[in-house]
Design a protein around this ligand. Sequence first.
Ligand code: PA5
Length: 322
Amino acid sequence: ASSFYEYYLNWAGPARRAYASGLALQLPPGYARAENVVVCGMGGSGAAGDYLAALSAAYGGLPVYVVKSAEPPRWCRGSLVYAVSFSGNTRETLNCASRAYRLGANVVAVTTGGRLAAWARRVGVPVAVVEEAPAPRAGWPQLFYTMLGSLKAAGLIQVPSSHVEESIQLLGDREKAEAEARELVEWLLGSSGRLVILAPEPYYPVAVRMRSELAENAKLAADTGQVPEIGHNMIEAWAAGGDARVLVLDPGEEPWSTLLHQVVGLARPASVHVVKLRGGNMVSRMVWGTWLAGLASVLYALRKGIDPERIRTIKAFRSVVE
Ligand code: PA5
């Protein structure tokens, strides 16, 4: 196995350290008076914001709005804005951070360093420094748990500590995660047709993360579907085409498991694989699915002789927008 794969396999360490440093993050007192949260970030960095939005909606907390461009919302004066860039050098995030700052937002930079940290220190914005990883997407635990810890410390999200703790503990079950990731890879290699990743609405960020991990690490394209929304549109095309292969992310909760089952039954895909999102609460189930996405995408790449770390076309795009 490659060191990149080993890094994913050992997510428990960075997750635990990031959560502790998020809890300890000292934000200026005025920041906790924000009425909403904006997370600004691209790719693997912005992804952590999708999870916070879903968790705040489900558990309670300030509304979380995610921006994946250079433009913060015009209403962000007084908002708590996390500008998240693993490298600290992503053009869209740098612009979003400085525009939000000029609009009067309470900005926090979440990064390993780069230009984002330099800018934040220059203007006096707090910096949450996260641990290095071999790639931004592999550093998802750092970004997610740092922000979750800091929101919890400020009392802005009502996720119980025991749920966060359980999710980190789950990352210790490497044997089970590897076995399930291998099963998923076997199915991906052995099936054909248009790949669709299906998840119930609260867990949709996991489907999107799975799609992005497969795209970046495995260079494998997939669509995503959100249940029940998908039952009102895409299901028509899948049933007519008959060529979809469906990967179901099942949290084992009702009404979601039944709805997923019904959608799959009606779409009549050529092949189905179910990934059970393990864990006794929503945070754990989301983290489990995200971990499997990372592991399976790297394993798939290695099986196909693809370099999971090399993202030539993304780099080309980044140099175009610099
Ligand atoms: O995971 C990746 O490598 C990418 O999706 C990056 O996250 C994306 O290009 C943004 O870069 P950064 O996270 O450094 O801001």
